[in-house]
Design a protein. Structure first.
Length: 399
């Protein structure tokens, strides 16, 4: 029986990771073809940034209700809706006839994709003691998508246009939806009979967010998410417009960025289990700040080949943007078992919604001041997050 339980537990982890792969793939397939989208619709980087921010805003907004829906209907159903809805929205996005429709469908894509993460994390918290490690392994789905999606979308986009590139998400979404439905058992809802309005009372929500043990990492997570959204949305465009690389090479660098994230997600999760959450979070933020400074300044400035400097900078930036596997368990530990479903979803909504502005913020700064200034600002924000963590440790607040 122990062997059977162990195998099924890891089946759940693997398929949750693959489901996250689908929801991430669909969003990442857009970034490498941004130049083609701006050209096709004759819009600015800021306009596309608005669409991407809307997608990430919707992704964040749906985190909180996803936890409530899971408590009422069970995690399995919610994750299936997330995977199936993401697949359908990707096809619709590829068929968008005008830019306003593109913006609306991108918002819908974010809305359904956002149903997955908080629900899957809550499910894993019920079955794994080393939550940091489990969250890190689950989060590999994102970097794996980052390894495949940019290169595939860029390759298809150059040859056939951005629409087939965006539609690639459906090719991975359909089989993973079928596999998840087949292999994952129905999950028992925690609160099947509690009215939804009871979960939306303002007082308990404000009390949860105002706890110092939640509020401090929430500030750090919000800053980190803002920076990460800016990187994910525009790193390929930055490399093409600011560094002069080809779209295919930029897509390859973008994939390398996610290869780093794949390893760093697990490494930071394990590190947070063993050395403490804040040590891992602070190290990630400092690494990210140094990496983004390097992306802007190192190639062609220091006495190393450009590609070596770029590789080091991307390595550090990738580690910095992998802080989620350390900070999400920190939130879980600040909540009781009964709070984790809706509570973690609420926290995810707050920092993802505010952080989604990173896409439009980076695009607007680039339009006004250039890509160098835009990515330098992102580096500075990572530095601010590091100082918040370091200051909290130095003061010994216990939060």
């Amino acid at each position: 029986m122990l062997g059977v339980n162990w195998r099924y537990r890891h089946t759940v982890l693997t398929l949750c990771m693959l489901a996250f792969f689908v929801t991430y793939f669909a969003r990442l397939a857009i970034s490498p073809v941004v130049p083609f989208i701006t050209a096709d619709f004759a819009v600015s980087n800021t306009a596309v940034g608005v669409a991407l921010s809307g997608m990430w805003l919707a992704y964040g907004v749906s985190q909180f209700p996803s936890g409530i829906l899971a408590d009422r209907y069970g995690e399995r159903r919610v994750i299936l809706v997330a995977v199936g809805g993401t697949t359908a929205a990707s096809l619709l996005l590829a068929l968008a006839p005008v830019f306003p429709a593109f913006v609306l469908i991108a918002f819908l894509l974010g809305l359904v994709a956002g149903l997955h993460y908080a629900v899957a994390t809550t499910l894993l918290s019920r079955t794994f003691d080393d939550l940091g490690t489990a969250v890190g392994l689950h989060s590999i789905g994102g970097p794996l998508a980052g390894l495949v999606a940019p290169v595939a979308a860029a390759w298809v986009g150059v040859r056939y246009g951005w629409r087939p590139g965006v539609a690639l998400a459906a090719l991975v979404g359909v089989p993973i939806f079928v596999l998840f439905a087949w292999r994952i058992r129905p999950t028992e809802p925690r609160r099947p009979d509690q009215p939804m309005r009871d979960r939306l009372r303002l007082g308990p929500l404000v009390e949860l967010l105002s706890r110092p043990s939640v509020l401090l990492p929430l500030v750090v997570a919000t800053i980190g998410t803002y920076v990460t959204q800016g990187i994910i949305s525009f790193l390929p465009t930055f490399l093409v417009d600011f560094r002069g690389y080809s779209p295919s090479f930029a897509g390859g660098v973008f994939s390398a960025f996610f290869v780093v994230r794949a390893g760093a997600q697990v490494g930071l999760g394990r590190l947070s289990d063993r050395l403490g959450r804040d040590a891992a979070i602070g190290g990630a933020m400092l690494s990210g700040a140094l990496g983004l400074v390097g992306v802007v300044a190192l190639p062609g400035v220091v006495v190393v080949p450009d590609l070596v400097g770029l590789a080091l900078a991307v390595l550090l930036a990738g580690v910095g943007s992998s802080f989620f596997s350390a900070i999400d368990p920190r939130f879980m530990e600040a909540m009781s078992d009964t709070e984790r479903g809706a509570g973690f979803g609420l926290v995810r909504t707050v920092y993802t919604v505010i952080g989604s502005a990173g896409s439009v913020g980076a695009g607007l700064t680039a339009d006004l001041f250039g890509w160098g200034v835009s990515f330098a600002v992102l580096a500075g924000l990572f530095g601010v997050a590091f100082l918040v963590i370091a200051g909290n440790a130095a003061l010994g607040t216990g939060y």
